[in-house]
Each structure stands twice: as C-alpha cells, then as structure tokens.
Design a protein around this ligand. Structure first.
Ligand SMILES: NC(=O)C1=CN([C@@H]2O[C@H](COP(=O)(O)OP(=O)(O)OC[C@H]3O[C@@H](n4cnc5c(N)ncnc54)[C@H](O)[C@@H]3O)[C@@H](O)[C@H]2O)C=CC1
Ligand SMILES: O=C(O)C(=O)COP(=O)(O)O
Length: 387
C-alpha cells in the first residue's frame, strides 16, 4: 500500500484516480508521496519513505528542490493545467487596471438606501472613468504556458504585444502568434509597454525583477500586473513608484502588508488558479504523475529530475537515480551481470548534474545486487518494481 499525503485541499476528481493500492490522507506518517499546492514545504520533515512530491500547479518555489534532488525525491508539477484560469483572471486584471471599476463598485455599495442613487450615479461616474486597452501595448515577461495565452488573447483585444523570454521552449514558440513581437532585450519592452504582465517563475535570479532601476526604464503611468509571484516585485520600490505616479496601478495576486491598502493597488488573494476546472486539471495530472512514478518508475513532468518513460517490458524493473558522470551505467550493469540477469531494456536520461537509469529484467534481482548498486559512489537512490 502506497501512502499519499495531502498538504492542501486537492480536488476530489484527482483523488478519485487512486485505486486501492493507495492510501490517501492529510494525517499520514511515513508517506511515499506528497501532493501539495501552495503550502510551504521548505522546512519539511522528510519521511524516509518519501519518493515523490507533486505540485498540483505550476510554481515550485514552495519546495526545496535542491534538498529533494540530493535525497533522490522526484518533484513534479502540472504544466499548463491551470494556465487558462490564470489567463482569464489576468484579463479581469487588465480591465480593472484600466477602468476604475473597483472603486466604483465600492462607492455604489456604500449607497444602499440612497433614494437619489440613480441621479448620484450620473454625477459620480466621472470619478471612475478610465481608458480602453485596445491599441495599447502589453509587455509580457515569461512566455510559458500562461504568458503565451495572455499574449495571444491580448492581440484579440486589439492590443500590441511585446514578449520577453530568453528561455522560451520550442513548443511555446510554436504556440505564440507571429504578431507578438518577441523582444531580445527586456529594456525594449520596459520602454514601450503601457501594461506589463509578469509570467515568469520566482527563482533567485528573478527575485525583484521589478525594482527601482527597471521601473525607471518604464513609461510614466505604466500599469503592472503580477499574477506570477510576490517576490518578483520589490515592494518598497513599487510603493515609491505608486506614490509618485510613475506606476499608475499595480494589480497583484500576491497582496503584501506594505501595499495591500494602497489606493492604486488592486490586491487579489491568490485566485489565479482557483477555478473548479483548473483545480481538477491540476489534481488529476498530479495524481497520475505520482501513480505512474510509484508503480513503474516512469517520470513525467519532473522539475528536478530528467523525464523518463519506458513501457514496463520485463517482469522486474530497477530504477536508479545517480550522478550524471561517466561509467555509472557500466558499474550498475556489472553488478547485475555477476548474477547473469538479462537486461531486456535500458533507458538512461540526464538533466544537469543528475541522471536516471531504468533497467527492465526478466528475473528478480537479488537483494545482494541491489545493495551493491546502492553502494556505488554517485548512486543516490535505487527502487525495484515488480510487474
Ligand atoms: N496566480 C496563480 O494562481 C498562478 C501563478 N503561477 C505563476 O506563474 C508562473 C508561470 O507559470 P507558467 O506559465 O505555467 O509556467 P511555465 O514554466 O510554462 O512558464 C514560465 C516561463 O518563464 C520563462 N522564464 C524563466 N526565466 C525567465 C526570465 N528571467 N525572464 C523571462 N522569462 C523567463 C521560462 O522560459 C518559461 O517559458 C509560475 O512559475 C507561477 O509562479 C502559475 C499558475 C497559477
Ligand atoms: O500553480 C501555481 O503556481 C499557483 O500559484 C496556483 O497556486 P494554488 O494551487 O492556487 O495554491
């Protein structure tokens, strides 16, 4: 029985994927895998059995990837599973940043009981007038699952779109409309954009992407949308820019204590992925990834290990997570050759400093050979699967 520990509310449709070989709950000990959304796992007490963590969502900055890699724990996410939900909310954000709907609604709600309301509405509305987005320029930073959808939809709203992503994947490049101007230098985007929307991951290298210096390169009255992560924006610098009017509006899905009640901030309580559809998509994908890994060793959508998928052809399978260096495979196969085990299939994949080898065998490997493989210098983890 595999134990799956839940760290957030995970949609039932995803949990329904698990059959009776799995025990799923939020108060389990010695779990084999974790499914999480945004809960912070940086101080996780790693169970000895823990083999996998699936993030039902996109951003993995709540997980200590380095420690997981060192321990041979495979971390998954669910690419694209919530991108439509975020895209839709970004468009709500674009409109909220353009028309003062937010303060207008606040005022209208305060008028309950006012018998002159229809007259007052007509007097008051000039306070909440705004601008249209058609014809304006949107700069999209990060052209991944979400950024591409935002860029493509903005074109349909009649916007000019500039996109910046030095690491854009081939698949995403194919999905991007040719009318999106793919800029090579972020400065060009900062100089041209009326609106800037952030869709890049939070990492050490992207922290404070929006800061005093980058804001100085932007148009006066620029409107910034952050549906990616709070840490991408330096709050103190944003406060100064909002106070001076350099930034006209900041729409954020990550309210901070410093900015939450600023009149030019539209704070949203991290609702980007909170739709039934996206919660189900993410949960189903995460559950499938975990089941596949725990029962076959196949790795699909990992962020810290190479993806590796091979049909389970033998009766037994050995999966080895090891350092990506010469002679690892020959050392592993040597340990099996000594007991005449026939390797029916072998797959080796690598990602940066880590590699993964799947060996399908016709006969059960001995405990001795498995222990010997574990002893090889550079081997991080060994798992054996039976069909
Ligand atoms: N508000 C919410 O509820 C949600 C927020 N997110 C956030 O949005 C981020 C993006 O999500 P997806 O588009 O699904 O991820 P993705 O992985 O498909 O796309 C991220 C893109 O950012 C690019 N990138 C990386 N470093 C960059 C840099 N320095 N400059 C420009 N581009 C860079 C990557 O090449 C990639 O194309 C996530 O990492 C997460 O933090 C994601 C889903 C929901
Ligand atoms: O997928 C992401 O990166 C998100 O930010 C969504 O987070 P959530 O699953 O709604 O806690």
């Amino acid at each position: 029985m595999y134990k799956i520990k839940l760290y957030n509310n995970i949609a039932q449709k995803g949990l329904d994927r698990f059959n009776d070989r799995f025990l799923v709950g939020d108060d389990l000990q010695e779990e084999d895998a974790i499914i999480v959304r945004s809960a912070n796992l940086h101080d996780l007490d790693y169970a000895d059995n823990l083999k996998a963590i699936a993030r039902a969502g996109a951003g993995v900055n709540n997980i200590d990837l380095e420690t997981c890699t060192q321990k041979g724990i495979v971390v998954f996410n669910t690419p694209g599973a919530n991108s439509n939900a975020v895209k839709e909310l970004v468009f709500a954000g674009l409109l909220l940043a353009s028309r003062d709907i937010y303060h207008g609604i606040e005022w209208a709600k305060s008028q309950s009981g006012n018998e002159n309301l229809s007259k007052d509405v007509e007097k008051q509305k000039k306070k909440y007038a705004g601008n249209e987005i058609t014809g304006k320029t949107l700069g999209v930073i990060g052209l991944g699952a979400i950024g591409i959808q935002v860029a493509n939809l903005a074109l349909r709203f009649g916007m000019q779109v500039e996109g910046y992503d030095p690491y854009i994947s081939v698949d995403n490049a194919w999905s991007m409309s040719r009318w999106v101007n793919h800029v090579k230098d972020e400065k060009e985007l900062f100089a041209n954009a009326d609106y800037i929307s952030l869709h890049l991951p939070l990492m050490d290298s992207t922290k404070n992407t929006i800061n005093k210096e980058t804001i100085a390169l932007m148009k006066d009255g620029v409107k910034i949308l952050n549906f990616a992560r709070g840490g991408l924006v330096n709050d103190e610098d944003m406060l100064e820019a909002l106070n001076s009017g350099k930034v006209a509006v900041y729409v954020t899905d990550f309210p901070s204590p410093l900015l939450a009640d600023h009149p030019h901030v539209i704070p949203i309580p991290h609702l980007g992925a909170s739709t039934d559809e996206s919660e189900e998509n993410c949960a189903i994908k995460a559950a499938d990834e975990v089941m596949e890994y725990l029962t076959t060793g196949n790795i699909i959508n990992s962020v810290n290990m190479p993806n590796a998928f091979a049909p389970f052809t033998g009766n037994y399978r050995i999966c080895v997570i090891h350092e990506n260096k010469p002679k690892m495979i020959s050392q592993i196969t040597d340990k099996l050759a000594s007991e005449d085990a026939n390797i029916e299939n072998l797959l080796n994949k690598s990602k940066k400093e880590i590699a993964y080898t799947i060996l399908d065998l016709d006969q059960k490997p001995s405990e001795k050979s498995i222990n010997e493989i574990k002893e090889i210098r550079g081997v991080v983890r060994v798992e054996v699967y039976e069909k």
